[in-house]
Design a protein around this ligand. Structure first.
Ligand code: BGP
Length: 478
């Protein structure tokens, strides 16, 4: 629908930006930090683009004050970052490491001193390797208790300071990449194991939220879900059915569990028919229902367009991690759907579709189905940037992308969606898990590349100044 007049952004709207520990911190073995599964995985030849690692990343661990000063100057209202479990409890379930807690306390205090709201992600993929070795990490029910204890340590320490908490970042991504595509640790390709690990992740998410309630924490908590709303390639009913299946399998399958504590029936039946349904206990569903979040965190980058796919049709294909446009392979699930290129939208050099209207659709679908407020925990454009001789970075394409998405959010607010805030991905440039350092997302350029860390100097991009004006005008001046 078209609106005659748009609603303004709420006064309390969190204009933010985001990062994740492994992608920015570096200092991978300092101050008694334990080893994570990513510390190990990146050193397996051929796993990441040009063998890049986060061992130094953009050295945020040592430069956090400089980074927060840049945020303050820009006027940022919220900064979403993740805590590395291995800094807090190096072996996952043993001693608590005060030096790790201190680092995050300093960061949080620095943010609060500049009136920037910390938005803390408990888990952004860097599982303690000790737990992987001990009981196969997410494949064991034991992870639920260990994750809850870790969460409790953080709730206890940062009570009163942190008001926004994100439990698991993109469970749908780390589980499917880790156990189906084998492109993330622990490098498994087995759907049965994937759905089992996923079930325990659901329980861990719910148990952490339950703990938050029991501790009477002042604040809001929810997961961050990577949501790519589905379109059918056309109105052929078989393709519309494929789109329905895609939405059920790739979105409702996770978000229904978070909010309603149950799996969608159609997908559960399909999992049983395939012999890949997880083993569950009756009490699990009691816990899942007790773990209802306060908001749905959404990482929105793009939509998915699909068509029907026969039983002998196309299977899993590799995504583009090189930045060579058009290099992603055909991909699908035989008997259900296959991915299509949407002819109505542009694509980035990494073949990600640029679809701001899809953001509005994502926000509306969540509101209709779950009736929860939404916190946009990630959205942004990964592209090549050029550092000019005078230190400028003219990223008009990023401004254009962000502007269109902010407009779509305002449309959604006018439609009646409650949006708590908008965290762009990312604040500084950082390591892209599988795409190295050349795929840049930040407002702040960091001068390093795949092979050379250089001096890791920070430069403000044009988009930095653009967002500054957006924040200053509470979204009126785009
Ligand atoms: C999300 C992750 C982020 C970030 C982002 C961009 O899936 O939560 O950590 O990496 O995607 O993705 P990429 O780095 O693959 O371009």
């Amino acid at each position: 629908m078209e609106h005659k007049k748009m609603n303004a952004f709420p006064k309390s709207f969190l204009w933010g930006s985001a990062s994740a520990a492994y992608q920015v911190e570096g200092a991978w073995d300092e101050d008694q930090k334990g080893v994570s599964v990513w510390d190990e995985f990146v050193n397996i030849p051929g796993k990441t683009f040009k063998g890049t690692t986060g061992e130094v990343a953009v050295d945020h661990y040592h430069r956090y004050k400089e980074d927060v000063a840049l945020m303050a100057e820009q006027g940022l209202k919220a900064y979403r970052f993740s805590i590395a479990w291995t800094r807090i409890i190096p072996d996952g379930d043993g001693e608590i490491n005060e030096a790790g807690l201190k680092f995050y306390e300093n960061l949080i205090d620095e943010l609060l001193a500049h009136h920037i709201e910390p938005v803390v992600t408990l888990y952004h993929w860097d599982l303690p390797k000790a737990l992987q070795d001990k009981y196969k990490g997410w494949e064991s029910r034991q992870i639920v208790a260990d994750f809850t204890r870790y969460a409790e340590v953080l709730f206890d320490r940062f009570r009163g300071k942190v008001k926004f908490w994100v439990t698991l970042n993109e469970q749908n991504v780390f589980i499917s990449h880790g156990y189906l595509q084998g492109s993330h640790p622990p490098d498994v390709q087995d759907p049965k194991r994937m759905y089992q690990a996923n079930h325990y992740a659901n329980l861990a998410n719910a148990a952490a939220i339950k703990k938050f309630r029991e501790m009477e924490m002042d604040g809001l908590i929810g997961p961050s879900f990577a949501y790519s709303p589905t379109y059918a390639i056309d109105s052929n009913p078989v393709n519309v059915l494929a789109a329905d299946d895609h939405e059920e399998l790739q979105a409702n399958f996770w978000m229904d569990v978070y909010v309603y504590g149950r799996y969608p029936k159609v997908i559960w039946k399909w999992l049983e028919d395939q012999g890949i349904a997880p083993e569950v206990e009756a009490d699990d569903f009691v816990l899942l229902r007790e773990g209802k979040p306060d908001f749905m965190g959404v990482n929105y980058y793009q939509t998915s367009t699909v068509s029907a796919n026969p039983l002998n049709g196309v299977g899993m294909g590799k995504p583009n991690t090189t930045g060579e446009k058009g290099s992603s392979e055909a991909n699908g699930v035989p008997g259900i759907f296959k991915d299509e290129q949407n002819p109505f939208v542009e694509r980035t050099n990494w073949d990600w579709e640029i679809d701001p209207t899809g953001m509005r659709i994502a926000l509306r679908r969540i509101t209709s189905r779950y009736d929860l407020p939404v916190l946009i925990t990630e959205n942004g454009l990964g592209e090549y940037d050029t550092l000019e001789e005078d230190g400028a970075i003219h990223d008009a394409y990023r401004i254009d992308y962000l502007k269109q998405h902010v407009e779509a959010i305002q449309e959604a607010i006018t439609d009646g969606v409650e949006v708590l805030g908008y965290c762009t991905w990312s604040y500084t440039d950082l390591l892209s898990w599988l795409n190295g350092y050349q795929k840049r997302y930040g407002f702040v350029y960091v001068d390093r590349d795949e092979l050379d860390e250089k001096e890791l100097k920070r430069y403000k991009k044009d988009s930095y100044y653009w967002y500054q004006k957006v924040i200053e005008s509470n979204g009126e001046n785009l």
